[in-house]
Design a protein around this ligand. Structure first.
Ligand code: ZN
Length: 330
């Protein structure tokens, strides 16, 4: 206050000087003529007295500090030896949410793929494993690490690749691969680029199946074989479908497309159905069918270097229908 008084003195002097110069008189009373109402409490008020909260707080802190300083340092006991503290009556009271800090919400358990309901998991598997375009099972030669006598080693890789999700654990493998093999369209056909890896060949089919044990999930497969009667060129499609009762159904579209003779194919299918009675593995049925076809074609036609059988006559000897000139074999 002393400093403010010192500051006020010259200003009061200046004020007086100015008032005198202007011919005005200013008294001490007129300078401080404000009287506070009686109901006003005198400054600084009760809350800044001895009972002031901040003074109480300061006292408590001082006392706590002194107590801690007086306590001798005890050796730390192992955590197991500590008895659980009895809950104080204050803690037992239902806690009221603080308006200042807010209520901490219960932590929501994380959502994991395997804790989802099966319907939702199947939806995820469909997104990961089901493709719009057909899948072509193949064996492709790829270069492997290492050399023998200067020659690079090669390895046969199986396609299509299975979804990576199937590598996580046993349960995911079963579930993902059942969707992958059960819902995609698989077509076995020969590739023009890989003439030595004919997927219509029973040998190659057996190798592919051995590398893909989960292929027993296949519900339906197709076999595309080339058949030609120049200048026409088309493919015959065989469909092997697993039925609900456990059996297998084989059909082909040769009769639908043309009026060509298909008695050879029909008899191969009939023999396959007899041999594969009670069989539900479509890959095994495919293997039998391709073997039967090859035997029948080899009986009547000449095997060409291009992988097609050349039929001896333009008309079928049995049904007198127009014959297919060239027929694809395994
Ligand atoms: Zn015929």
């Amino acid at each position: 206050m002393a400093s403010s008084q010192r500051r006020d003195e010259p200003s009061e002097g200046i004020l007086k000087t100015i008032m005198n110069l202007r011919g005005l008189n200013i008294s001490e009373e007129s300078t401080f003529d404000f009287e506070p109402p009686e109901q006003w409490r005198p400054w600084p008020g009760a809350r800044y007295g001895q009972e002031s909260p901040h003074l109480q707080f300061a006292k408590a802190t001082k006392a706590t500090r002194a107590k801690h300083a007086a306590t001798p340092i005890k050796p730390t006991r192992p955590a197991k030896a500590r008895k659980p503290k009895a809950a104080s009556p204050v803690k037992q009271k239902p806690s009221q949410p603080s308006t200042l800090r807010g209520v901490i919400p219960q932590r929501v358990p994380p959502v994991r793929l395997l804790t989802l309901p099966p319907e939702l998991r199947n939806r995820v598997y469909e997104l990961v494993a089901v493709h719009d375009e057909p899948q072509y099972p193949q064996l492709r030669p790829v270069l492997a690490k290492g050399r023998v006598n200067g020659q690079r080693l090669s390895d046969d890789r199986r396609f299509p690749l299975e979804p990576s999700l199937a590598l996580v654990n046993h349960q995911l493998r079963e579930e993902v691969l059942s969707v992958f093999y059960g819902c995609n369209r698989f077509i076995f056909k020969n590739s023009m680029l890989l003439p030595s890896f004919r997927m219509t060949s029973p040998t190659m089919q057996k190798l592919w199946k051995a590398a893909r044990p989960a292929s027993h999930y296949l519900q339906q497969i197709e076999l595309h074989v080339t058949s030609q009667r120049l200048p026409l060129d088309y493919a015959v499609t065989f469909k092997i479908k697993r039925l609900l009762d456990g059996g297998v159904e084989i059909s082909h579209d040769m009769a639908e497309k043309t009026s060509y003779c298909c008695c050879l194919e029909d008899s191969a299918i009939a023999e396959t159905m007899i041999q594969a009675r009670g069989e539900s593995d479509v890959m095994h049925v495919l293997h039998i069918l391709c073997t039967k076809r090859n035997v029948k074609l080899a009986d009547v036609a000449v095997w060409g270097e291009d992988g097609l059988y050349m039929m001896p006559a333009t008309r079928c000897e049995h049904c007198e229908k127009a014959n297919v000139r060239l027929v694809g074999g395994g």
